[in-house]
Design a protein around this ligand. Structure first.
Ligand SMILES: [Zn+2]
Ligand SMILES: [Zn+2]
Length: 131
């Protein structure tokens, strides 16, 4: 279980930076399809450019390199990331995972990652930010 948590931590940390990078004018063309739906639902988690999968998983590769590959914990980690991602893209599951990522789809310069990364790096959506 220890490595599962480490894998998720590294994934989330580096996903934040990759996602911010994808919102710059140089890379947004890769990412804009993900933001093209009027009403998002759970399958929109997979509505990304093929290059985004390897790019957004850089943190996972770094963790695997430094801590080693624990295959069952890695598989659990991948399942967790996919399940969490799907839940975060659907209004029906706000009661489980909150609306953090749904706000990213509404205000694209906030909430790039998970709550904790946005809190640390100052991109957490707050109502007072948008006025
Ligand atoms: Zn999204
Ligand atoms: Zn985005």
């Amino acid at each position: 279980m220890k490595y599962f948590i480490i894998y998720i931590f590294y994934y989330d940390l580096f996903y934040y930076f990759m996602h911010r990078l994808l919102h710059t004018k140089y890379f947004y063309t890769i990412h804009k399809n993900h933001h093209s739906s009027y009403k998002i639902e759970y399958l929109d988690f997979f509505k990304v450019n093929l290059f985004e999968y390897p790019l957004s998983s850089i943190g996972l590769y770094i963790a695997l390199y430094f801590y080693g590959i624990y295959i069952y914990q890695l598989l659990m980690c991948i399942c967790f990331i996919c399940l969490r991602g799907m839940l975060e893209h659907d209004n029906k599951f706000v009661f489980i995972v909150g609306n953090h990522h749904l706000y990213h789809h509404k205000y694209i310069y906030y909430n790039y990652g998970e709550y904790w990364t946005d809190y640390i790096f100052g991109t957490l959506y707050k109502i007072k930010n948008i006025q």
